[in-house]
Write a protein that binds this ligand. Structure first.
Ligand code: ATP
Ligand code: MG
Length: 422
């Protein structure tokens, strides 16, 4: 029997209603904050990600599903949403109509990582990008937006960590300082980090191996690499978060696994998730990405939440949030071929009137069909057999009160009345 691909997962009907609730709660929050949805393809040119995320990052080095297509083009399944959105923004010249755009997305991302709890090869993100403003209020808004979505999904006790990476020059200074500090400890580093130390030292901070973490300990404390502009920007972000009463921890080890970040970076973690993959969401400012991709000099900031990890963070609370099935209003229990045909017509009339309904397609007995009606949580069962066809009246049973009445076949739609607004 064919099997689902390792690290990928089917989301079965029982789980889907939870996903839909998370998605719709997020959409409501995005609308509240003035963000509009954007949808980009799952497949992009590989070069887009190499250039934006960075050639020395884990994502580009090890995690992309990349292949050469039939037209000899190098393409990759998107591992993240920001680079494709910036590409779309520039390609559609959105900056020419209005440089400042607040965008959001929901969709599948792909990374060929070692599958573990909370780490999949196809996972799903909810994210936002505010493109076209250097204002620290945007950093605070993006963080507030992420927090509001978690709140609206009933996710509590998450921890927000923030850090200031500074601008391009500051990051270079930080890289140099880190390189100097780690040169003595080079023997402790993993092979990847030895290479990273030479090419892109900041990536060492992102390594999850214990030895590399030990080597790093203490190296980032009290080092001065930030320029005045970046210090001022971050002070404003913190002051604005205080106004919003959003609690945060300052963590110099938050650098994020993508090269394009500048100034504010942040991660939201939850203790319900396993160490090493406890980030529910993350993001930051990326002030050089748009110009690096050939566009104008524009500041931008964004975040992405992982839906699978949001569900894990919900824990027990998840059962109140979604679960259950979509209920129908009426179930038609028809016995015999002629009654089934007539019932099928009534089913269609009910649906045309906006009334959610269903019937049996397995030639079940009346008793079994009534059990199905019960299971479907329908408010009414409409019973039609040969006798009802002859008299032109169906039996309509109120499933809660068990009260039964006879209703003319042509009056069933009006008698069932209120449309279902599911
Ligand atoms: P991690 O440190 O866990 O590898 P990351 O820094 O690679 O995360 P981002 O690229 O910032 O993650 O993605 C944002 C969010 O997407 C993460 O916080 C997480 O919730 C989710 N995410 C990332 N990779 C995966 C994955 N392989 N499986 C499931 N969710 C993921
Ligand atoms: Mg990762």
């Amino acid at each position: 029997m064919p099997k689902v691909i390792r690290g990928m997962k089917d989301i079965l009907p029982d789980e889907v209603s939870r996903w839909q609730k998370i998605e719709s709660a997020s959409r409501d929050v995005f609308r509240l904050f003035g963000y509009r949805q954007i949808r980009t393809p799952a497949l992009e040119e590989t070069a887009l990600f190499v250039k934006s995320i960075g050639g020395e990052t884990d994502i580009v080095q090890k995690e992309m599903f990349s292949f050469r297509d039939r037209g000899e083009r190098d393409v990759s399944l998107r591992p993240e949403g920001t680079a494709p959105i910036v590409r779309a923004y520039l390609e559609a010249s959105l900056h020419k109509t209005s440089p400042f755009q607040k965008l959001y997305y929901l969709g599948a991302m792909f990374r060929a990582e070692r599958p573990q709890a909370g780490r999949m090869r196809q996972f799903h993100q909810i994210g936002a990008e505010a493109i076209g403003s250097p204002d620290p209020a945007i950093d605070a808004e993006i963080i507030a937006l992420e927090a509001r979505i978690l709140d609206s999904c009933g996710i509590k006790d998450y921890i927000l960590r923030i850090n200031n990476l500074g601008c391009k020059d500051d990051k270079k200074r930080l890289s140099r300082t880190l390189k100097d500090a780690l040169t003595d400890k080079k023997a402790m580093l993993c092979d990847d980090c030895k290479r990273r130390l030479a090419i892109n030292p900041l990536r060492v901070i992102d390594c999850k191996k214990d030895n590399c973490r030990d080597a790093l300990r203490g190296t980032l404390k009290n080092i001065k690499f930030l320029c005045e502009g970046c210090i001022g920007h971050f002070d404003s972000v913190k002051a604005l978060l205080d106004i919003l009463r959003i609690k945060y921890l300052l963590d110099p080890y938050i650098v994020r696994g993508l090269d394009y970040y500048t100034r504010t970076v942040f991660e939201v973690s939850h203790s319900r998730l396993a160490r090493g993959q406890d980030a529910v969401g993350a993001g930051g400012r990326y002030d050089n990405l748009i110009s690096d991709m050939g566009g104008p000099e524009l500041g931008a900031c964004g975040f992405a939440l992982g839906i699978e990890r949001m569900i894990m963070a919900m824990g027990e609370g998840a059962s109140d949030f979604g679960g259950g099935e979509a209920y129908i209003t009426a179930y038609i229990a028809a016995v015999g071929e002629a009654a089934h045909k007539r019932g099928f017509g009534i089913l269609n009339d009910l649906r045309s009137a906006g009334i959610a309904c269903d019937m049996d397609y397995e030639a079940k007995s009346l008793k079994a069909q009534m059990r199905s009606a019960d299971k479907s949580k329908a408010r009414f069962a409409i019973i039609i057999g040969d006798e009802e066809l002859a008299s032109g009246e169906a039996v309509v049973r109120n499933m809660a009160t068990k009260e039964q009445r006879r209703v003319k076949l042509e009056d069933i739609v009006s008698s069932i009345g209120t449309p279902c607004h599911d």
